[in-house]
Write a protein that binds this ligand. Structure first.
Ligand SMILES: Cc1cc2nc3c(=O)[nH]c(=O)nc-3n(C[C@H](O)[C@H](O)[C@H](O)COP(=O)(O)OP(=O)(O)OC[C@H]3O[C@@H](n4cnc5c(N)ncnc54)[C@H](O)[C@@H]3O)c2cc1C
Length: 842
């Protein structure tokens, strides 16, 4: 049936709800009764309007967008994962797709939630369930959700689908961490997206899609508004069509061209991963005269290395800059489209899979290490006194600056002034943070960045430049390491595959007997390579064995059992939100394509102004130490920035992100899925009273300090909410992980003397060598035993500086004569066995 339904069909009644759980962007909400089925929906309505920028968190869409829901009558008390839904999608230019993200009680981010995509084709509405575990294109979903179409209508510019969705608020993709929305909580978040660019093959429900360009966002659904007494009758309505595009759909695969590995070439050191750990390692090892190959999975990022990512409007065209290079564009990674081809697609957390790794996509905050971070967290040989030289070398090569604009001025300091006034009133001291790295108790500072010459700088602009000047240094981009090829405990090389066009494929070897492999692929990347190389807990190695890796995985006789993936940590983030009339939001989102002309001109001509600073007006940074009842002192760091969060809109708002760092004792775990993707399966936060006490007490202190500022309003927590209640009620769930993490993940291959093969917690020894191997090392965030005071990248570079010294000081392996000992639990010597003796060792 085709009727003209869609432009005036939805009547938004006057029932509006004031509850805002998280993000709530809808032009209006109301009720609509579908005349054909008689089903009454509670509808979220995005009105007809022009999309600006990339349409993120839009309340309008070209042609409009509507999504309605009806829930079982008892949904407010009995959890249901089923609902009856209605999508009214737009095809304003005759084509496109629309989608729903089935959110959770805490959020509806694209990753980790079931998506329903739909579009008209040949008089039918085609539907497809998808999901995405990363900031990447969604792939077909094979969980238990099913959809039954109850009614469809299509005209030239719009279409309507009424459907019954079962198990749609239960995320149970096989091999992934499951989660669900609970209707009895009273409210949840849903997401939407729409595109007027057609899917690649509109006749195929599992067709690849092009990213949404006609609006996207999130809105709150109040359960009490959507429950319907007649739901059970409607749920029995006869299907007009049953979806066919779920379980059988295959993920689209793209073929990349690869280069063959030159025969006969070996390297003294192969470093895997060109990030904060890998780049300085490759530099130091090549400086010592060894032949070094640095293998990086992703493409170039900074223009200096051939990167090409620039705003579509062209304002960086013709410059030696990509967005990665411009400090003010650092938040691009979080914007719609910004993570494509940049963020790692094989982990559920944000990580940079480009040259530079995290140091290419981060905000560049750069800290002279607090000596306590080494003393409290690290073992002997890695204490503050041992690390002093390494830290000093890092700060000398990359001094950083807290005045990044080249005219020496600080821009947009209203937020800094407001917060620092309150802290000053309460007796906190103003410091230059990197001059006094140990002063992290009741101090505040302007933010230091690794930026230099008004550009990102960091390891890519220093260590990589010196490495690249040596003939014994080689770098392969676009090449992903699948696994370490090993002969018992001795790594002979690496199996690699092209990740993008031009990457290498095959096996690349280290120098026979004396060659070494350094894994610096990051907290998730290194753990993944170890798992795929048969090194880790047995349950994880078994998952790999059941995956597509199974037939070629190293035999289980040679597995090395170590607690890889455990000890996972990240700064727990707890956002506080304030508002003050003097604070002004700068439109960083618009800056991507339509920057303020004066600001972009000043930046391009002289590297001055807001674009020389990180978005969104970060500062002040402030710190407090809390001595908790369990006797442990815990470190808190606050990053203040000018933007809203926790449902508070940007404008005059500031978010103060509290990070719980050094001293926190909760730990989590990362595991691997059958799709060989990494997931945070145990959250590392607030598992004990001490950790919670530190978070709560420090919030109380900050609220009290800032309440001394005239005209300042605390929005989150509101004035009638205690810090303890605020923390207790802020969801600490997998679904809300995006709000609680800080992207400082570390710890999955811990350094220590308690050998993990015999029940200890350590994966690498004090020389960063993986237990049970003689030439396989880990040097990146993975080896950190615990969180530092601050953002970690400068400390990771210091760890690389120190590790390089320790590794270079080790004597070279020698081949063990035939029948000589070359393995065993207590064996620390060479594992290069000669002859045919290849027995596994326990
Ligand atoms: C959005 C964001 C903002 C941040 N902000 C800050 C900040 O302001 N200040 C700060 O100090 N820290 C910040 N951090 C954290 C910091 O950047 C990371 O802790 C740090 O980069 C981790 O260093 P790493 O060497 O362990 O790994 P990474 O820097 O992530 O490097 C790992 C590299 O390995 C590559 N790789 C992965 N798998 C493979 C494989 N199989 N084969 C080959 N290569 C592989 C990756 O592509 C990547 O280049 C931020 C992180 C993120 C994600």
């Amino acid at each position: 049936m085709r009727t003209s339904i869609l432009s005036t069909g939805i009547v938004a009644l006057t029932t509006f709800f004031s509850y805002v759980a998280g993000q709530d962007f809808a032009a209006s909400k109301g009720y609509y009764t579908d005349p054909t089925t008689g089903i009454e929906f509670w509808v979220n309505y995005m009105s007809e309007g022009n999309i600006t920028g990339d349409g993120e968190f839009s309340t309008v869409s070209w042609g409009g967008y509507q999504w309605g829901i009806a829930l079982p009558q008892d949904a407010a008390t009995v959890d249901t994962f089923d609902y009856i839904g209605m999508i009214v999608g737009s095809t304003p230019n005759g084509t496109g797709w629309s989608g729903v993200v089935h959110g959770n009680n805490a959020g509806a981010a694209m990753s980790n939630h079931l998506m329903l995509l739909a579009w008209p084709y040949n008089g039918e509405i085609l539907t497809s369930f998808r999901y995405s575990l990363a900031y990447a294109d969604p792939v077909p979903y094979n969980g238990s959700a099913t959809i039954t179409q109850l009614h469809t209508e299509i005209n030239a510019t719009n279409w309507k689908l009424v459907y019954h969705c079962k198990n749609c608020y239960l995320f149970d993709q096989p091999g992934q961490t499951s989660s669900n929305m609970s209707t009895s909580v009273g409210h949840f978040e849903n997401g939407w997206a729409q595109s007027y660019i057609p899917v690649s093959d509109p006749s195929d429900p599992s067709s690849p899609i092009v990213q949404h360009n006609n609006g996207m966002g999130e809105f709150s659904v109040a359960i009490a508004s959507a429950t319907q007494a007649s739901y059970s009758n409607w749920a029995t309505l006869t299907a007009t069509h049953t979806n066919t595009a779920t379980a059988t759909a295959a993920a689209s695969t793209t073929t990349v061209s690869s280069q063959t590995i030159p025969t006969g070439v070996t390297y003294d050191y192969i470093v895997v991963g060109g990030g904060a750990g890998g780049i300085p390692m490759a530099d130091k090892l090549s400086e010592a005269g060894h032949s070094v190959l640095l293998i990086e999975k992703g493409p170039a990022s900074s223009a200096r290395w051939g990167g090409t990512l620039r705003p579509e409007s062209g304002w960086l065209d013709g410059t030696n800059l990509t967005w990665i290079d411009v400090p003010g564009l650092c938040n691009r990674i979080w914007q719609s489209g910004g993570s494509n081809g940049v963020a790692c697609a094989d982990t559920d957390q944000m990580a940079g899979c480009v040259l530079g790794g995290g140091t290419a996509v981060n905000a560049g905050l750069w800290w002279n290490p607090n000596p306590a971070d080494w003393d409290v967290n690290f073992p002997a040989g890695w204490q503050a006194a041992d690390m002093a030289n390494a830290s000093a070398r890092v700060m000398s090569r990359i001094p950083g600056t807290d005045h990044p604009s080249l005219d020496g001025k600080l821009y947009m300091q209203e937020g800094f002034d407001v917060v620092s006034t309150g802290l000053g009133n309460a007796g906190w001291s103003n410091v230059t943070a990197n001059d006094v790295p140990d002063q992290k108790n009741r101090t505040y500072a302007h933010t230091p960045y690794m930026y230099s010459h008004g550009e990102r700088g960091g390891p890519m602009a220093t260590y990589l430049v010196s490495a690249n000047g040596r003939t014994n240094f080689h770098m392969w981009l676009n090449t992903s390491v699948k696994r370490v090829v090993r002969d018992n405990g001795h790594a002979t090389g690496l199996e690699v595959e092209a990740f993008n066009n031009g990457g290498y494929a095959g096996v690349v070897n280290v120098t026979s007997t004396t060659g070494r492999v350094i894994l610096s692929a990051g907290t998730f990347g290194t753990a993944k390579i170890l798992f795929r190389s048969g090194i880790g807990p047995t349950d994880q190695l078994s998952v790999v064995n059941q995956s597509t890796d199974g037939p070629t995985m190293i035999d289980s006789t040679y597995w090395i059992t170590l607690p890889v993936g455990e000890n996972l940590d990240d700064h727990l983030n707890t956002n506080l939100v304030i508002s003050h009339p003097s604070v002004k939001y700068y439109d960083w989102l618009a800056a991507w394509n339509t920057p303020n002309t004066t600001d972009s001109t000043n930046y391009l001509n002289s590297r001055t102004g807001p674009f020389a600073q990180a978005a969104p007006n970060i500062g002040p940074m402030f710190w407090e130490e809390i001595e908790c009842s369990d006797g442990i002192t815990r470190q808190l760091q606050y990053t203040a920035r000018v933007e809203g969060s926790e449902g508070e809109a940007s404008g005059t708002t500031m978010t103060l992100s509290q990070y719980l760092g050094r001293g926190a004792t909760s730990r989590g775990r990362t595991t691997i899925g059958l799709g060989l993707n990494m997931v945070v399966s145990t959250l590392p936060w607030l598992q004990n009273d001490g950790d919670t006490e530190a978070v709560v007490k420090s919030i109380e202190h900050v609220v009290s300090a800032l309440n001394t500022v005239q005209n300042l309003t605390f929005l989150q927590p509101a004035s009638n909410v205690s810090a303890a209640d605020y923390v207790a009620n802020m969801p600490l769930t997998y679904a809300n992980i995006g709000d609680r993490r800080s992207n400082h993940w570390l710890g999955t291959a811990k350094i220590g003397t308690d050998d993990g093969r015999t029940g200890g917690t350590a994966v690498v020894d004090l020389d960063t060598k993986v237990y049970g191997t003689d030439n396989l090392f880990v040097v990146d965030a993975s080896i950190f035993p615990g969180m530092p005071s601050t953002n970690p990248s400068a400390l990771i570079v210091a760890v690389a500086e120190h590790a390089s010294e320790r590794i270079l000081a080790l004597s070279a392996n020698e081949a063990v004569a035939q029948y000589g000992r070359c393995g065993g639990l207590n064996w620390t010597g060479s594992m290069s066995c000669t002859g045919t003796r290849k027995l596994p060792f326990a």
